[in-house]
Structure formats: structure tokens, C-alpha cells
Design a protein around this ligand. Sequence first.
Ligand code: DX5
Ligand code: ZN
Length: 208
Amino acid sequence: MKVSASFLSSYNPALDLTKLNDTDVDYIHVDFMDGKFVSNKTMPFRQMKHIYEYTSKRLDVHLMVEKPMKWIPKFATLNTEFITIHIETSNVKESLDLIHSYAIRAGVCLKLETPIEELVPYLADIDYILLMGVEPGMGGQDFQEETITRLKELKKVLKQYKSKALIGIDGGINCENARKLKQADMLVAGYYITSSDDFQKQIDTLRV
Ligand code: DX5
Ligand code: ZN
């Protein structure tokens, strides 16, 4: 199981990113919010881009923004492995093409209520599917158990359409629900890791 660490709930992102860099975490999950797609807003890109000063890990960027095409070129300048947009935005296909034009893996994220079938028209263009385990917008929320059923449903759809897309789960992840999410390829965890004294120990418990 791959693990991607979110620093959304960090009181001191610079320090936590430095500490994460000393762990074997696979990616740094960068949550970026515009205050429109979700009501919260994260630090501006001009500040966010300094992330490279604190980490040499590849980035897994989660764009919770109304207009992903405005932000994709900016995040493409960083050490980015994945850029994930929300399927609930407009111009999904164009955004996926734009991500691929930078040779970056393209992801699509689904909010809790969004039907899995909405992915079908885009499957040929998707490398990564991120299922939310909470309502997007905030770290430290409780995991919604229906995500476990949605993961099973998603696995079936991917099999049916012969898609090799990777699956990630984002929000409310801890060592208990991780055991029920073994069918996923990657778990994104924020609070569970950054609220602890021992980041590596927490990461180890998620690699089930
Ligand atoms: C929620 C974010 C998640 C979140 C994960 O909108 O997309 O990435 O920060 O953090 P935890 O693990 O604290 O839910
Ligand atoms: Zn996220």
C-alpha cells in the first residue's frame, strides 16, 4: 500500500514537511483550495510553491478548485507526479489533456455523493482515481464508512472497462479503516500522521 501524506492540518507545515522527508512516505499530498469549489482557501500558490525547500518527495496535487485549468500549469512547474482534479468541475477532459501535456499522471477525484459511473466517459484518460472519504474542504474529519462500498463498486467498474487506473482514498484515514481499504493502491492521510509524535510509526500502520 502506498501512502501519501497531507499537511493540510499542520500547524507548522515547514517543520512537518521536513519531518515527512525523513520517512519512507511515498508522496506529499498537496491540498489546494480556492474558496469557491470548497469554502476554505489554502495558502496562495506563490507561497505553496516553496514546498520544494522542505521536501524532495514527489507531489500528489489535489486541486479543489472551480477552474483547474488555471492552476494545472502552475503545479506542473513543481516536482509533481500526479495532478488530481474534481469530476464535479467543468472541462474535465480538457483538464486531463492539459495535465498529460506536462507528462504528469492525471487523476480525477469524486466527492462522497458523486456516482461512480460518472467516471466512465473519462476512463481512457485517467491514471488515478481518488475517492473522498470525507466532504472535501477540511482535514481531521471522520471517515465516512460508505466509502468502503464505493471502493468495491469502483473496482468492479474498472474491471468491466479494463481500466488500469490506480485508486486512492482521501480523508479520515487511520489504521482501523486502512484494513478495510486494502483494495486501494494508495491512502492519503493527514491528521492521523501529522498529529502524532512519530510520523514513521503511523505510516507503517497504514501499509497493510
Ligand atoms: C480534505 C483533503 C484531504 C485531507 C486529508 O479536503 O482533501 O486530503 O487533508 O486529511 P485527513 O487525513 O486529516 O482527513
Ligand atoms: Zn486531499
